[in-house]
Ligand binder design. Structure first.
Ligand SMILES: Nc1ncnc2c1ncn2[C@@H]1O[C@H](COP(=O)(O)OP(=O)(O)OP(=O)(O)O)[C@@H](O)[C@H]1O
Length: 292
């Protein structure tokens, strides 16, 4: 029989509440290695799930396995294979960027030489080489975030959890982080990220899960989610190419062709395009809320 890797993440009936308020309601999920995004509005339970999977928060019932290890029973072993970065930074503000990386490398048992090489490489990749000798407390928000992720990567984790990695960052820092996350994935590191940005999920993730009301209400690739909502929108353009009107349809050939035939007889010269729903519209329909 061929050897197959265990799933990256496997949840069965995972339930978690805080003081009688059920935040995660019997989640079932199996994810292969890759880049996965957990999307949801504020308070949906994203951080709670990430904290459970990274062994920080206990859960009430069900089971959770990460990299084939039981999150409760194999906690210590699992901690050596994953890293968590995000809302609560592991960075020590009094130490320089380089010192933070060295400290973490040694803490994870890397040799002095390996730590130094790895730290230099990560500083370079995250464009922090010039700032490496400055205390992290003097870094901008974007630089700190990058250092935080670099620190999490020093021990070459097999899976990295990124909790809202780009919230509050400017466009350039966000793009640098996206490039790094893509490069990580290309190196074979799996990523489980939470985000409130649809574009982030669309750009980075192989698979997107939408968490709402304690349940996963959608799960698939960006295009599968768009298909699920269905429908097509006919867009009317002015002569400069600007969209001046949108007509929503349910997407059947019959309905779209009828609408187009009506338009053709009323306004024969109008320019039109037909587009699929955006991830934004999917999110709104699934959660009843606008995305960030
Ligand atoms: N330690 C805690 N004690 C009590 N309630 C908590 C605790 N942690 C989280 N909650 C509650 O659980 C719910 C989910 O919170 P969580 O932080 O997981 O959501 P989130 O999806 O990450 O939201 P955000 O996008 O705002 O970070 C919220 O209602 C929150 O108030």
């Amino acid at each position: 029989m061929a050897y197959t890797d265990p799933p990256l993440i496997e949840l069965r009936g995972l339930t978690k509440g805080f003081g009688g308020h059920e935040v995660l309601k019997s989640l079932d999920l199996t994810l292969p290695p890759g880049v996965h995004a957990l999307l949801g509005p504020n308070g949906a339970g994203k951080t709670t799930l990430v904290n459970i999977l990274s062994t920080l928060t206990p859960f009430d019932s069900g089971s959770a396995r990460v990299l084939g290890l039981d999150v409760r029973r194999d906690r210590r072993r699992l901690q050596g294979l994953i890293s968590l970065t995000g809302q609560y930074a592991a960075v020590d503000e009094r130490l320089t960027g380089a010192e933070n990386l060295h400290m973490m490398g040694r803490l994870f048992g890397l040799s002095r030489r390996d730590t130094a090489a790895r730290a230099a490489d990560l500083l370079e990749r995250f464009e922090l080489t010039a700032a490496a000798g400055r205390p992290a407390g003097s870094y901008s928000g974007g630089m700190r975030r990058k250092l935080d992720i670099a620190v999490g990567l020093i021990a070459r984790p097999r899976l990295i959890f990124l909790d809202e990695p780009t919230t509050g960052l400017d466009t350039r820092s966000r793009q640098t982080l996206w490039d790094e996350i893509t490069a990580l994935a290309a190196d074979g590191t799996s990523v489980f990220l939470t985000t409130q940005y649809l574009e982030e999920a669309d750009v980075l993730a192989d698979r997107i899960m939408v968490l709402n009301g304690g349940r996963i209400v959608a799960d698939g690739t960006a295009s599968q989610l768009k298909e699920r909502v269905g429908g097509s929108t006919i867009q009317l353009h002015d002569r400069h190419g600007r969209v001046v009107q949108e007509i929503a349809t349910r997407g059947s050939a019959l309905e779209v062709s009828r609408r187009l035939a009506d338009l053709a007889s009323e306004r024969p010269d109008v320019q039109v395009t037909v587009r699929r729903p955006t991830l934004d519209e999917v999110f709104l329909q699934l959660t009843g809320r606008e995305a960030a």
